[in-house]
Design a protein around this ligand. Structure first.
Ligand code: PMV
Length: 326
């Protein structure tokens, strides 16, 4: 019987090319704009969920460290979503291993919440399509919606729980793209993405324009992905990231996730492009820069960065797979 109450899943992180930035419904985590991402092979979370009838609350261990129960709000939500649907135990022991290099400075909530949703679905023997599972992962973290699928993924903002889901996007079979992360600061961010989004939505006069522009960019980005148009994907991703960060600078009070080294990397990228080496930047709610590039330029890009940064600050990731549930 006990094996019937157990489920495992492995999900990879993703980096958005058109960012999710703004909530239309903060309880259901419905975004104000559609987003498109790339799932990465290097960084992933493996999670086991075991329902136990002797538990009075969920227990979460991440990388062998038990987490304080007041940090489990979103985890509890996902467990409850599934356990409300069955007559079995209501609480589970959750063990999670984050394979995000210690110093990567990358958020693991996307892979963590996607893996948790997958493992809990298995443990409760619930039958959901991957599309439906992506909606449940969304209840844990917006970006987790997209980590159910591999490669390029589109999250439809929707207007209620069921209509806000992710789906994979087709790209040419031989099309390859890399993300080179430049780790500038590996400490947790000072302003969470949730707070950053709500500050900008409430006070930046550019927020509405950001939302419209991001939504309008979706079809063009999908087209670029369908045809494997690397230049278009890179240009649009960089533009979109800068537009998102412009909403932070135009907030009241203003803030930024950039650090001096963030600008340094942006300048190196601009210089490389000037010299004919194609590469583009994207930046999330933190100072680290992810460089979008192709294999043939990787070595030269790394060499330019090594003038200013150490080898261990540079992490290369490629396109990664969708969730595995077992
Ligand atoms: O899923 P959250 O709440 O961590 O928000 C993610 C926000 C960004 O990383 C900045 C953009 C995105 O689409 O992933």
């Amino acid at each position: 019987m006990s094996e019937l109450l157990t489920g495992h899943a492995k999900a990879h992180t993703n980096i958005a090319l058109i960012k999710y930035w703004g909530k239309a419904d903060s309880n259901l985590i419905l975004p104000t704009n559609d987003s498109i991402s790339l799932t990465l092979d290097e960084f992933y979370t493996e999670t086991s969920v075991k329902f136990r009838s002797d538990l009075k609350q969920n227990i979460l261990t991440i990388n062998q460290k038990q987490q304080p129960t007041d940090k489990l709000k979103r985890v509890n939500r996902i467990i409850k979503h599934f356990s409300d649907m069955w007559d079995g135990p209501k609480f589970a022991e959750i063990t999670s291993d984050n394979h995000v290099p210690n110093s990567a400075g990358l958020a693991s909530s996307a892979s963590a919440m996607a893996a948790l949703a997958g493992a809990t679905m298995k443990a409760t023997q619930t039958q959901l399509s991957l599309k439906e599972l992506s909606s449940v992962a969304r209840l844990g973290s917006g970006s987790a919606t997209r980590s159910i699928f591999g490669n390029f993924v589109h999250w439809h903002r929707g207007h209620d729980h069921d209509s806000s889901y992710a789906e994979p996007l087709e790209s040419p079979a031989d099309f390859k793209i890399n993300m080179l992360t430049v780790v500038i600061n590996d400490q947790p961010k000072r302003i969470s993405s949730t707070n950053g989004m709500s500050n900008t939505a409430q006070t930046s006069p550019f927020f509405k324009e950001w939302t419209n522009t991001a939504n309008q960019a979706i079809d063009e980005m999908k087209q670029a992905i369908r045809f494997g148009n690397f230049s278009k994907i890179g240009e649009m991703a960089e533009n979109n990231a800068m537009q998102m960060h412009a909403t932070t600078l135009s907030s009241n009070p203003p803030f930024t996730y950039f650090e001096p080294d963030t600008l340094k990397v942006l300048q190196i990228i601009q210089q490389l492009r000037h010299d004919g080496i194609e590469c583009y930047a994207t930046i999330d709610a933190g100072p680290n820069v992810k460089i979008i590039c192709q294999n043939n330029n990787l070595k030269q890009i790394k060499n330019s960065l090594l003038d200013e940064f150490n080898e261990n600050q540079l992490i290369v990731a490629h396109m990664g797979p969708g969730i595995k549930i077992y």
